[in-house]
Design a protein around this ligand. Structure first.
Ligand code: SAM
Length: 291
């Protein structure tokens, strides 16, 4: 529509009018392409009964499109200078509000209670500030918020790691952490030309469908993630060597070999070949062993 800010000329005009120099340190690369915005918002599966939480609205390019579809939109922005601009670009959308703050320091349960009461489901939809991509995603997952989808623009390299399958070079502890909580799916790869200014990495949109229950059963999630971490400490080493370094002393190392054979995992395999189910079995066995 005529109010949309995500065109090259409109965006440049707004920045000029407000005398705004974008900050690289805050990951300020704004979207100027309506096609990419439609792909992002349609991946989020929003409707008027649902809410959207946006992280880093910038001047409101994505926020406007979210507000057209969702019944409630809340956008958390750290840069105070953007607040008056957002007030203008979002004025046609009274069901969209902006919260000034650092997403990593925001109590999201409180925010949900204040803003999303009575909403059927909430999805996070954002073009994330890349310098904190992983901390933001881990915060969303670990705080166990009642989320439906997380649809985010991130560095392509990080998207590849989040969606990676066992046995590939991108598969690691981030893949397992994300896929424990979500089904991960690459939506689209995005050229640098859709941003102002252009970032110096390639980007992709990823959709994480938040699971109701994890795909594997683990008694103690923290211990499970510690085992996964330890298996990737030195990628080129065998599973046996990585686990021995973390959980066994010189004297009782032999027990590890028996333990691995006992659960049908060859000690000479590398961590990157283990499925999530195998990691679950491994963490249960290590725990039962007293690790
Ligand atoms: N959504 C806009 C768009 O797509 O054009 C802007 C996206 S830009 C990549 C990232 C935005 O996140 C910027 O507006 C930046 O100021 C904001 N930001 C950076 N760090 C933040 C933080 N810790 N908490 C909240 N917002 C943050």
């Amino acid at each position: 529509t005529a109010d949309d800010v995500a065109t090259p000329s409109k965006t440049k005009q707004i920045l000029k009018q407000h005398d705004l120099v974008l900050k690289k340190s805050l990951g300020q690369n704004f979207l100027i392409d309506q096609n990419i915005l439609s792909k992002i918002v349609s991946a989020a599966e929003l409707d008027k009964s649902r809410g959207a939480l946006e992280i880093g609205p910038g001047i409101g390019a994505l926020t406007q499109q979210l507000a057209k579809l969702a019944g409630r939109v809340v956008a958390v922005e750290i840069d105070q200078r953007l607040l008056p601009i957002l007030g203008e670009t979002l004025s046609p959308y009274p069901h969209a509000s902006v919260v000034h703050g650092d997403i990593l320091k925001t109590d999201l349960l409180v925010l949900f209670r204040q803003h999303f009461e009575g909403v059927d489901g909430v999805s996070v939809v954002a073009n994330l500030p890349y310098y904190i991509t992983t901390p933001i995603i881990m915060k969303l997952l670990e705080e166990k918020l009642p989320l439906e989808n997380i649809v985010v623009m991130i560095q392509k390299e990080v998207a590849d790691r989040m969606a990676a399958r066992p046995g590939t070079k991108d598969y690691g502890s981030l893949s397992i952490a994300v896929q424990f909580y979500c089904e991960a799916e690459l939506v689209t790869i995005v050229p640098r030309t859709v941003f102002v200014p252009q970032p110096n990495v390639d980007s992709a949109v990823i959709r994480l469908r938040v699971r109701k229950t994890p795909p594997v059963e683990v008694e103690d999630a923290d211990f499970f993630f510690a085992v996964v971490q330890s298996a990737f400490v030195q990628r080129r080493k065998t599973l046996y060597n990585n686990l021995a370094a973390r959980f066994f002393s010189k004297e009782n190392k032999a027990e590890l070999e028996a333990l691995l054979h006992g659960i049908g995992i060859d000690p000479s395999r590398r961590g990157e070949t283990l499925s999530m189910g195998e990691f679950a079995r491994l963490s249960t066995a290590l725990r039962a062993h007293g690790c």
